[in-house]
Design a protein around this ligand. Structure first.
Ligand code: ZN
Length: 335
């Protein structure tokens, strides 16, 4: 069971469009691979050395993490974990790909697993994104000399480049459509270029969600619901309750990861409770003051669950062996 690398990444790009990512993000290919056939895929939350080593020992040709290896390019001139990870991957020729905010804001994607698990109704995106369109230029790679590569690297409107086998895709921001087109034509004269305007999706993409439970839940009942929504029931999750949980809960809002900045938005939408990770002290004080409630369910816990679910869905859709690698929670608790 294997897939041609080009088909595999085209599938990923089609299902989790890179143009859904936030402007500050670096979703997509992190380390370009040499392997042209993908038969084993490893999925994890964090591209830690341990996860990379375990995934390569499994024989993964492509490794998919949620968090990017780095938000921006780094030199390989220092001995640090970034260099070590790049070396490990390059030795094997394996690919490292990140589905970060592109996955977070994918409509009906795995970032909305709490809504599925709690059977929320009237579901709406908490912060709809207003993204520019992207345009994609595709051409045959043997035209990509070092000189052309350099020009692409310094171009202000090129967002990312993805080369696989002999095809190269250059993604540009749509607001620069005309300039981008002229630039590509200029650096690649006499080259057959196919040009695709990546249409803005008809659905609403964005971060977080809010909706109603099928009925009103009593406080304790709601807390036990939250314990039972995880696929893995190996151990109880430790939640931090910020402010006071109302007696009855009906409208629930959530945003995985560090979403506490979205709390005011959630309460503005009528949420009885807001679920997220990484809640800071002052956000918790604001909850007390305003008689609101945020439950910090843990950045790690919420997003590991998302990637676990992502793995199951991916395995059902691609002709590869797909395995989830559970990471280590960087937080431990002591009394
Ligand atoms: Zn995260």
């Amino acid at each position: 069971m294997a897939m041609n690398a080009h088909d595999f990444f085209s599938f990923l790009e089609q299902h989790i469009p890179n143009n859904l990512q936030e402007d500050w993000d670096n979703s997509g290919v992190q380390v370009v691979g040499e392997l042209n056939e993908i038969s084993k895929v490893a999925v994890f939350l964090e591209p830690t050395q341990k996860n990379i080593i375990d995934a390569l020992a499994f024989g993964a040709d492509c490794l998919i993490s949620h968090h990017p290896l780095s938000m921006k390019a780094q030199f390989l001139s220092r001995k640090n974990s970034y260099t070590d990870i790049v070396r490990l991957l390059m030795k094997k020729g394996a690919w490292l790909y990140a589905a970060h905010t592109s996955l977070d804001s994918l409509p009906n994607g795995n970032a909305f697993w709490i809504g599925d698990a709690c059977k929320l109704t009237d579901r709406k995106v908490l912060e709809p994104s207003e993204k520019e369109n992207f345009v994609r230029f595709s051409f045959v790679k043997n035209h990509l000399s070092d000189e052309i590569n350099e020009q692409i690297d310094i171009s202000p409107f090129v967002h990312s480049v993805m080369c696989c086998e002999n095809i190269c895709h250059v993604f540009c921001f749509c607001e620069k459509e005309q300039e981008a087109q002229e630039f590509i034509m200029k650096i690649l004269p006499n080259c057959a270029i196919s040009y695709t305007k990546v249409a803005y999706p008809m659905y609403t993409a964005g971060l977080g969600e809010y909706g109603k439970l099928p009925r009103k839940y009593q406080r304790e009942e709601f807390l036990s619901l939250l314990q039972n929504i995880f696929i893995s029931q190996e151990k109880k999750i430790q939640y931090k309750i910020c402010g006071k949980l109302p007696e009855q809960i009906e409208t629930v809002a959530y945003c995985l990861g560090s979403g506490s900045d979205f709390a005011p938005l959630a309460f503005g939408k009528g949420a009885d409770v807001f679920l997220t990770g990484d809640v800071k002290y002052h956000a918790a004080v604001a909850c007390m003051e305003n008689e609101q409630c945020i439950i910090d369910m843990g950045h790690f816990e919420l997003e590991e669950e998302m990637m676990r679910r992502f793995t199951k869905e991916l395995a059902a859709q691609v002709a590869c062996e797909v395995r989830f690698f559970s990471g280590e929670n960087p937080f431990s608790y002591s009394i």
